[in-house]
Ligand binder design. Structure first.
Ligand SMILES: NC(=O)c1ccc[n+]([C@@H]2O[C@H](COP(=O)([O-])OP(=O)(O)OC[C@H]3O[C@@H](n4cnc5c(N)ncnc54)[C@H](OP(=O)(O)O)[C@@H]3O)[C@@H](O)[C@H]2O)c1
Length: 249
């Protein structure tokens, strides 16, 4: 989450895995009691942020993935032209691994290549960006120069399933925290790619209209049923864990 939360990650060694396997995906978020997720006006975010961190640590994830809007908060200076570097020859639209020894990952879904990366790490987590094949060679050359890994999710739209497969088979990611915002969470929900939902329900009734919510799916789909795994009161907040019932893979 952009304001207060960078999840705790476990260091693991990348393992070889079958090309069809997907990482386990846990959607970990702090919604208000009415499902809004823009936290800037809420009280008590320092404590909620700490709670978010500690509960994220429970999953011992290899990485976290967020949408382009949420990731912009982690990438300094989003103004000015998109960085470009001249290339002498065309660059292939294939996975680029900038840090072969990385064991924990910060991943952005940025189909058009809008994020202006300056480094290949957030804290000590290696950055992977998910692109469409329509990005320019000059942008790819820039990513290579600053040490950002990239994977392609498709030409016109991103296939999240394909991306997950690549993250597992090429980067050894077995457990992944999906951390918003609503747009990216909704896309994972629509594609039935979430194994578990972990929410710290903030003791806040937000009430704003048109604000990003826990799931803002890009298309209409059947509501997904959930199975309660655990309920833990934490002060005035509650940590709720649910499995997705009847999830199709
Ligand atoms: N409370 C919490 O726990 C929490 C956690 C995280 C974030 N947040 C908040 O959530 C808000 C942002 O949420 P958001 O829904 O507006 O943005 P978001 O999900 O962070 O990012 C949405 C963007 O990601 C890209 N994207 C998402 N799904 C895609 C898909 N299926 N295919 C291709 N691209 C896809 C698109 O980028 P392009 O527009 O470039 O195409 C899209 O505009 C922020 O206010 C943030 O602070 C709250």
């Amino acid at each position: 989450m952009s304001t207060t939360t960078t999840p705790t990650k476990k260091k693991t060694t990348a393992k070889a895995s079958s090309a069809s396997a997907l990482p386990r995906v846990i959607c970990h978020m702090v919604p208000s009691i009415d499902g809004r997720i823009v936290t800037t006006r809420w009280a008590g975010m320092k404590q909620l942020g700490a709670l978010y961190e500690s509960t994220a640590g429970h999953y011992e994830a290899d990485g976290w993935i967020i949408g382009r809007v949420s990731m912009a908060a982690y990438v300094a200076d989003q103004k000015g032209p998109t960085p470009r570097l001249r290339t002498s020859s065309p660059l292939p639209r294939t996975t680029w691994i900038a840090a072969a020894d990385a064991t924990s990952f910060a991943i952005a879904i940025d189909p058009a290549g809008k994020l202006r990366w300056k480094h290949g790490a957030i804290d000590d987590e290696h950055v992977i960006t998910v692109l469409s094949t329509s990005v320019s060679d000059a942008y790819l050359a820039h990513l290579r120069a600053v040490g950002v890994s990239y994977v392609f999710g498709g030409a016109d739209s991103i296939s999240l399933r394909r991306v997950l497969r690549t993250l597992r088979s090429r980067f050894g990611i077995e457990t992944l925290l999906l951390e918003g915002g609503g747009g990216i969470n909704g896309a994972f929900l629509a594609d039935d790619l979430i194994d578990e939902l972990s929410v710290i329900v903030a003791p806040t009734a937000d009430g704003s209209v048109g604000t990003a919510s826990l799931f803002d799916s890009p298309r209409t789909h059947a509501p997904r049923a959930l199975k309660l795994l655990a309920v833990e009161p934490r002060g005035d907040a509650v940590w709720l864990r649910y499995a997705f019932d009847g999830k199709r893979r």
